[in-house]
Design a protein around this ligand. Structure first.
Ligand code: UD1
Length: 368
């Protein structure tokens, strides 16, 4: 059996790492294709090295561009690769343009296509990611849902593929790296590297286009963070760096700007910090699992469990809302129920499903 897995971005590599390893341990032949949507070392190759997964068998080198361009290029370049070696299953993680392009190539070529991290919804159709994941879910043969809420979303929409509640592979990788990043001397070393010696601090990540591509919003967020006037470590995404340089928006002095950090460093920083401020999808969940309170600068979130638990709060991209919410959540003690994201064995479970042929064929998916 051959399983081809396609990634394009940092979070997709992180989510896929445990599955690639579990498939290989189970003796399944894997083919790993990276589309090149993220191509900087710090957003792609760094994680492949760090998480000890094999290098991609092929890089489609799609690069930057509009959503439509990236989707189209992934479809056409991936089709050639899938023709060269036709897999039994194509696995597509997440909600990026690469995910949609890869899934469409699979659907059009009649290759059973499975969605890893299926069933997430923000109900915000202005989000490219919401459109991508809905389309992938409705064409997929196998749907691997990380949470019960994700399963309910899929049931409400009457998807026709087979739905499996598997748990979240991001919880698997977090548990796998826990012995390293929970070690206090490792934590001290990593904190020193980003300029933190002692005392209270927060971690900030910011990359979503609706925050960083709109100068008024980016200015508001920066002003709000300045008002917090406490130390904030900021591993800065290349997109955000470019926007700050282009607009000349001032970075407040309480922000310690560093390059994007490796995954294990990020987990050490978030677990030692008093607050995470972010617009990331994956980091909201990681903060929840590490019992670090979170402020999410977005109108909505797919990770509703984190909000319901009181561990995460949404903020508007304005100076007032960012500073009020950050001060409100700073240092809040939480004791979150990790089991909503599974038991840390999601990848193993998905590898078993793929190997056992439990997923129905396209023919049996035909709508009566
Ligand atoms: C989001 C999008 C996704 C898009 C991606 C672009 C949603 C729901 N999804 O994913 O479609 O492709 O942004 O980047 O919005 N991390 C590090 N080091 C760092 C910063 C982050 O290891 O310096 C890790 C985090 O711990 C986490 C992952 O990277 O595991 C999150 O990546 P991020 O780029 O924030 O992506 P998402 O917001 O999850």
């Amino acid at each position: 059996m051959i399983v081809t897995l396609v990634t394009g971005t940092r979070p997709q590599i992180i989510k896929s790492a445990p599955l690639l390893l579990a498939l290989q341990e189970g003796g399944v032949t894997t083919r790993f294709i990276h589309t090149g949507q993220h191509y900087d070392f710090q957003l792609a190759a760094q994680f492949i090295e760090e998480l000890e997964i094999p290098k991609p068998d092929c890089n489609l080198e799609v690069g930057s561009g509009t959503s439509a361009y990236q989707t189209y290029e992934v479809i056409s370049r991936l089709e050639r690769e899938l023709e060269r070696e036709r897999p039994d299953y194509l696995v597509v993680p997440g909600d990026t343009n690469s995910a949609l392009g890869a899934a469409l190539a699979g659907f059009k070529m009649d290759i059973p296509t499975c969605h890893l991290e299926s069933g997430l919804r923000s109900y915000d159709m202005y989000m490219q990611e919401e459109i991508n994941r809905r389309l992938v879910d409705h064409g997929a043969t196998g749907l691997f849902a990380p949470t019960k809420i994700a399963v309910e979303n899929l049931e409400k929409e009457n998807v026709i593929g087979s739905v499996f509640l598997t748990g979240d592979t991001m919880y698997d990788i977090l548990q796998n790296r826990l012995p390293i990043f929970s070690n206090s001397s490792y934590q001290e070393e990593e904190m020193k590297k980003v300029g933190i010696s002692e005392g209270s601090f927060a971690v900030l990540t910011l990359h979503r286009r609706e925050n960083v591509d709109i100068p008024d919003r980016l200015t508001g967020i920066m002003k709000g963070l300045a008002t917090v006037s406490r130390k904030i470590v900021f591993p800065m995404h290349p997109r955000t760096k470019k926007r700050l340089e282009e607009t000349g928006i001032q970075i407040p002095k309480n922000l310690e700007v560093v390059d994007p950090v490796p995954y294990t460093t990020m987990m050490a920083l978030v677990s030692k910090s008093d607050l995470l401020i972010t617009d990331s999808g994956g980091l909201q969940k990681e903060a929840y699992l590490l019992n670090t309170p979170c402020v999410t600068i977005r109108d909505n979130t797919e990770w509703v469990e984190t909000i319901e638990a009181g561990a995460n709060i949404l903020a508007l991209p304005t100076a007032e809302d960012v500073s009020t919410k950050a001060l409100k959540m700073w240092g809040l003690k939480t004791n979150n129920d990790a089991s909503v994201y599974g038991d840390g064995r999601a990848a193993e479970r998905i590898a078993e499903i793929l190997s056992s042929g439990e997923i129905q064929t396209k023919r049996s998916m035909m709508v009566e």
